[in-house]
Design a protein around this ligand. Structure first.
Ligand code: IPD
Ligand code: CA
Ligand code: CA
Ligand code: CA
Length: 271
């Protein structure tokens, strides 16, 4: 039986994420679109696939019997109780345009709970890591989020889905949020956005419509940095809506988003 200690899983994930990040960084120049998925703007490059392949190979070589869920390759089942959740390139559109904000994200789930997470950001040479109950770090330095600020002083990150219908309503929500906060950032990588909150480079983050691989690693990192992560009305974060902010600010942002129906694709019904 292979070791399933969070620290052990983290070491493996960090090594693999760094190697994967180097491969992606070398392949970024001149990259083009290989395929599209849910819409013409939901693109995949050759590197999304090769990087995920490398990650799967390395993880399963080291730990045969584990399961893997990856954005590009789907599910591979094993029986060890450990499942790896992989986003090979989070921020593919940034990657395609030669921009810096993209990351390799790997989370390790043990018996259904995320116990270790790594987000490697090759353009900044930064690797975010966390284990459950063990704190969050950026390249070895402990992370603590910023103290709570009033909502109107908060720098808030968000992102948008790939479907035009969903985006139309996300723009409506944003129209109400923007005049109520310091400013908005749309970085283009959910994992980097969440790590920015963990790092004190932003105050809060919200997004509707993420997939498990976008936020599994980063939500552990941000929680371990003292940030509250959740959905609406006390529910846990779900693909419907994830909100991340330190206590105090979390409630203010929640109360702004809740009546807008920010967890839906249309205005809430009256009455
Ligand atoms: C996307 C990014 C983006 C977020 C989208 C995600 P991908 O992931 O995280 O910031 O707004 O919802 O789908 O496709 O670049 O891995
Ligand atoms: Ca993603
Ligand atoms: Ca991706
Ligand atoms: Ca994608």
């Amino acid at each position: 039986m292979l070791e399933a200690e969070p620290a052990h899983l983290l070491d493996l994930a960090a090594d693999v994420a760094r190697e994967a990040g180097q491969l992606a960084a070398r392949g970024q120049a001149g990259i083009g679109v290989l395929d599209t998925k849910s819409s013409p703007t939901d693109v995949v490059t050759e590197m999304d696939r090769s990087v995920e392949e490398l990650i799967r190979k390395r993880l399963l070589n080291a730990r045969p019997g584990d399961s893997v869920l990856g954005e590009e390759g789907g599910t591979e089942s094993g029986s060890s109780g450990v499942r790896w959740i992989v986003d090979p390139i989070d921020g593919t559109v940034n990657y395609l345009y030669g921009r810096d904000e993209w990351a390799v994200s790997i989370a390790a789930e043990s018996e259904g709970e995320v116990v270790a997470g790594v987000v490697a950001v090759p353009s900044r040479d930064e690797t975010y890591t966390a284990t459950l109950g063990g704190g969050a770090f950026c390249s070895g330095t402990p992370l603590r989020a910023r103290d709570a600020v009033p909502l109107e002083m908060a720098l808030v990150c968000t992102g948008f889905g790939y479907s035009t219908e969903r985006r139309a309503y996300q723009a409506e929500v944003l129209r109400t949020v923007l005049p109520r906060v310091r400013d908005i950032r749309r970085g283009g990588s959910a994992a980097v956005d969440l790590c920015s909150v963990a790092h004190g480079r932003a105050d809060a983050y919200y997004e509707r419509g993420l997939n498990t691989w976008d936020w599994s690693a980063a939500s552990l990192i941000v929680r371990e940095a003292g940030v509250r992560v959740g959905g609406l009305r006390g529910a846990p974060a779900t693909p419907d809506l994830i909100i991340a902010a330190v206590p105090g600010l979390f409630e203010e942002l929640h109360d702004l988003l809740e009546p807008l129906g920010a967890d839906t694709d249309g205005p809430p019904h009256a009455g």
